[in-house]
Design a protein around this ligand. Structure first.
Ligand SMILES: NC(=O)c1ccc[n+]([C@@H]2O[C@H](COP(=O)([O-])OP(=O)(O)OC[C@H]3O[C@@H](n4cnc5c(N)ncnc54)[C@H](O)[C@@H]3O)[C@@H](O)[C@H]2O)c1
Length: 257
């Protein structure tokens, strides 16, 4: 944390995957909270356009870099307080076709980010894990204690990443939490390709976006799906991550918003 010349404290936050769907909303939110934000992204699926609204903010710096290269990313961690590690290849079908590429981004990338975070002694490390680790669960609602059954390389690599995160907490006392996100939807979500168990229909998604813009709070039961804005705002990732005990994997999901 840094003191500004006004005497206020500014969190220095680093977001990997900050040009992606969830990451770009999180970056907007963190900037609105007054944080200084560093984005690391290789733009494989992320878009600079997703950060259009905030790209001129002097508290934002954006770096085109692959997180799996420890030496490349380490310099960006100097002075960082909080790390949100969202960078990952996040589609299912390509993960079946390119398991090694997915392992490099999602597992090697996570180890590199953990090591960079450890080297500077960050205050909080938040990992975006995935509910895909359960495969098709036996029970709904599903508890964190449900059997782990990854059914494709994406799910496996995200779970391996989580295991590394929790291991770094146990062995190195890195203050980590792993948030198992369920299916997130909202503006900028990919509507092509398959994500998770959900095949979004573009017009359906767009109509949800319009509802949100009109300020109508939808309260339908959505089983495991999660509307993005509550994720970043009402149930802000930061407080949720702060209140979750270090070294735990915890669900981020809701049936009713
Ligand atoms: N969207 C969901 O419903 C959902 C559900 C569970 C978990 N998650 C997790 O949340 C995170 C964000 O997902 P998203 O839906 O926003 O996906 P996304 O593809 O929009 O964002 C991922 C970002 O990571 C970047 N990236 C990928 N590989 C990288 C690498 N090697 N180096 C640097 N940057 C890299 C991409 O360019 C992109 O900007 C992912 O870790 C994903 O596994 C998402």
């Amino acid at each position: 944390m840094r003191q500004t010349n006004m005497g206020c404290s500014v969190h220095r936050t680093l977001v990997t995957g900050g040009a992606g769907f969830i990451g770009s909303h999180l970056v907007e939110r963190l900037l609105a909270n007054g944080d200084a934000v560093t984005v690391l992204d290789n733009f494989s699926t992320g878009r600079m356009a997703y950060l259009d609204e905030v790209k001129d903010n002097p508290r934002l710096s954006i770096h085109h870099v692959d997180v799996s290269g420890f030496a490349d990313i380490k310099p960006f961690f100097e002075g960082i307080d909080w790390v949100f590690h969202l960078a990952a290849l996040a589609d299912i079908v390509p993960s079946i076709q390119q398991p090694v590429t997915y392992h490099k981004a999602n597992v090697d990338g996570t180890i590199a980010v953990l090591e960079a975070a450890r080297s500077v002694g960050i205050r909080r490390f938040v990992y975006a894990a995935s509910s895909s680790c359960y495969g098709i669960p036996d029970e709904f609602p599903t508890l964190e204690t449900a059997p782990i059954r990854p059914m494709y390389p994406y799910a496996l690599t995200k779970y391996l990443g989580e295991q590394y995160v929790l291991h770094w907490n146990r062995v190195y006392k890195l203050p980590c939490v792993s948030l198992r996100l369920f299916n997130v939807y909202g503006p900028r979500a990919r509507t092509s390709g398959a994500y998770g168990a959900v095949f979004w229909h573009r017009s359906w998604l767009e109509s949800r976006s319009r509802w949100w813009e009109m300020g109508i709070r939808q309260g339908t039961s959505l089983s495991s799906r999660m509307w993005l804005m509550p994720l970043c705002r009402r149930r802000n990732l930061r407080p949720r991550a702060r209140y979750s005990t270090s070294g735990r994997a915890t669900h981020i999901a809701s049936t009713v918003w």
